[in-house]
Design a protein around this ligand. Structure first.
Ligand code: DLL
Length: 417
């Protein structure tokens, strides 16, 4: 049984929850019509939804819409009412900017506090917060949620792994939040000492990881590691998170309404089907989003949990609709490669995909690390799971790029597509 931070909300009967969602959805749409001309242009002629299903009549909002309205064109509050802005790193050109009122920050803190308490953190526990502080939502998002949950925060941010190891040793925090790849880096550097460290709980996310990677992190560090999901456009971390039960990521459904849609047609799919996660904010003031196309692929269930949580749960992401690599016409997801590699004896979770093109022919080369690994076995496993030929090098420990706290890019696509 995982404790709840706001039990009356987290276990609200579904009928009551859906009534609340509908009235909040109607207010959100009214707010967009009244206050955001760029949105009113698209939705003013659509009738207000009389049921949650009628949300499907509304158009999707995409990342390109945020870029087109850079920086504040989709905000529903004047700039002087904003308590804070965050922005995505954006590898090319302008970042995407998001804004929060004081009330938005408070809702966000509640959502993250629910996540931390559900993960097994307690008031008075110390949280080593290794998500980046700054424009990225990870650091400050977890920070204010931990504060709301009455934890004490060590705002260490990303980078400087040696110093982080020293602080974990000296301060003895019960909980850590960081990317899963950074948790592995820490475990690796701690070596034999890892299992003796003070940590009990890890709240890990911001990038994809597999069950096998979780097993390795939990085993090495002796912690329970839960998966936390979110995105800046919707609020940041805290959109959803697993509890100690690790049985799906519970969405804060009183604030964010999820849909799963077909990546090609946009049609709404049934619970259990994998498709693109589309999220609508229900309470946000500064930057409400209607049907935001996350590009993240997962499925939903609305079954209540044994411990009485009633909000919808999403599966871990199975990939991204747009990060998919197309190699010689075959769709390849990095998560699929990871899944396959971790089933091979001796292979570590560190790998990199290198895609090159000679003339018109694409080649996939996979760099893996491990000890006593049979290269032919890796090649065979990858070829049968991906359906294309690959080359593989098994390299010594430490050869493949590691996370120093930020997100890890596992693909080196040299094709200039
Ligand atoms: O990564 C927010 C966050 C911070 C989440 C800390 C969790 C922890 P963005 O930088 O806007 O926000 O990136 C959002 O990252 O659309 C997913 O593709 C990916 N992502 C986030 N969490 C997970 C996860 C933050 N648990 C994008 N598993 C999202 C897989 C994730 N991918």
């Amino acid at each position: 049984m995982s404790p709840m931070f706001q039990p009356e909300i987290e276990s609200m009967p579904r009928a009551q929850l859906e009534t609340l969602q509908l009235s909040r959805l109607q207010s959100t749409i009214a707010r967009l019509n009244d206050r955001v001309p760029a949105m009113a242009d698209r939705i003013a002629n659509l009738p207000a939804p009389g049921s949650l299903d009628e949300l499907a009549n509304f158009p999707f909002l995409r990342k390109s819409d945020l870029r087109d309205n850079y920086p504040f064109g989709l905000f529903a509050e004047p700039r002087n009412n904003l308590a804070r802005v965050h922005a995505s790193s954006g590898t090319t050109g302008k970042p995407t900017v998001v804004g929060y009122t004081d009330d938005d920050l408070s809702v966000w803190a509640d959502c993250v506090a629910r996540n931390l308490i559900g993960a097994g953190c307690e008031p008075g526990h110390m949280l080593h917060n290794a998500y980046g502080y700054g424009l990225f939502t990870g650091g400050l998002g977890l920070h204010q949620g931990a504060h709301r949950a009455a934890m004490s925060v060590v705002p260490v941010s990303g980078g400087n792994t040696e110093r982080q190891l020293m602080l974990i040793d000296d301060f003895a925090p019960e909980a850590i939040c960081c990317t899963p790849s950074f948790a592995l880096t820490l475990a690796e550097r701690l070596g034999d000492k890892a299992r003796d460290c003070s940590l009990k709980v890890g709240i890990l996310g911001a990038e994809p990881w597999t069950p096998a990677m979780r097993d390795e992190i939990e085993e090495r560090l002796g912690i329970t590691a839960v998966n936390i999901y979110g995105l800046s456009e919707v609020i940041g971390p805290g959109v959803s998170c697993e509890t100690q039960a690790k049985d799906g990521l519970v969405i804060a459904e009183d604030h964010f309404l999820p849909e799963i849609v077909d990546p090609e047609t946009g049609a709404v799919l049934a619970d259990g089907d994998v498709g693109v996660l589309v999220l609508t904010s229900l309470t946000k003031q500064a930057f409400p989003v209607l049907r935001y196309w996350t590009g993240d692929l997962c499925s939903l269930t609305r079954e209540p949990t044994p411990d009485g949580r009633t909000h919808a749960r999403m599966s871990a992401l199975v990939g991204r609709a747009d990060d998919m690599l197309v190699i010689r016409g075959v769709n390849v997801y990095p998560s699929q490669v990871e899944h396959t590699l971790l089933a091979v004896d001796g292979v570590t979770p560190h790998f990199q995909l290198v895609v090159t093109r000679a003339g018109t022919l694409d080649s996939l080369h996979v760099r893996v690390e491990g000890t006593n690994v049979d290269t032919d076995q890796v090649v065979g496993a990858l070829q049968s799971s991906l359906g294309i030929s690959v080359t593989v090098t098994v390299e010594p420990d430490g050869s493949v790029p590691r996370s120093e706290g930020g997100k890890l890019n596992r693909v080196d696509d040299q094709r200039n597509l």
